[in-house]
Design a protein around this ligand. Structure first.
Ligand code: ZN
Length: 152
């Protein structure tokens, strides 16, 4: 009985001091043109698309480190913007997601991965059903406007 019950410690290996910043909480563009920066920002685009526009990584920053014996980049302290706005500090909800859509400019990595076409930078919450989870507990589908487009 030390009084530490219920306390959780998160520990990680010591990182180098120099931090490279790729995006801010509400700033998702970058003047950095190096391959590493472009890759991280393309990753942010991928996450936006893969999450079906429900999640945006923000405040992306990292330190260059050895990862499994090779040069790598360790991202840390990532923030997220989510539909519900309840993922933690700095989650601006839909407004935060919108800033990503407004500001992200696809770079050569995005284009090489086909992200602009496969995961377009637009917000369309009207097709709330999202088509791959079959039921949405009967909540009203599109809030208003044009519905009836069943196919995807
Ligand atoms: Zn992109």
């Amino acid at each position: 009985m030390t009084g530490d019950e219920g306390v959780t410690w998160l520990v990680e290996p010591k990182r180098p001091m120099s931090v490279t910043k790729f995006s801010g909480t509400l700033v998702h563009n970058s003047r950095r043109k190096d391959t590493c920066s472009q890759t991280v920002l393309a990753f942010a685009h991928f996450v936006f698309g893969f999450s079906k526009q429900t999640l945006v990584f923000a405040d992306l920053q990292g330190t260059h480190s050895q990862v499994k014996g090779r040069d790598g980049l360790v991202l840390f302290d990532v923030m997220t913007h989510t539909i519900d706005g309840n993922s933690g500090m700095g989650d601006f909800g839909k407004k935060g997601i919108q800033t990503f859509v407004d500001q992200h400019v696809c770079n050569s990595i995005c284009k090489a991965l086909g992200l602009p076409k496969a995961m377009p930078l637009s917000l369309d919450y009207s097709e709330e059903a999202r088509h791959d989870d079959d039921s949405d507990n009967g909540n009203s589908a599109a809030g208003g406007g044009d519905e009836g487009d069943e196919s995807d």
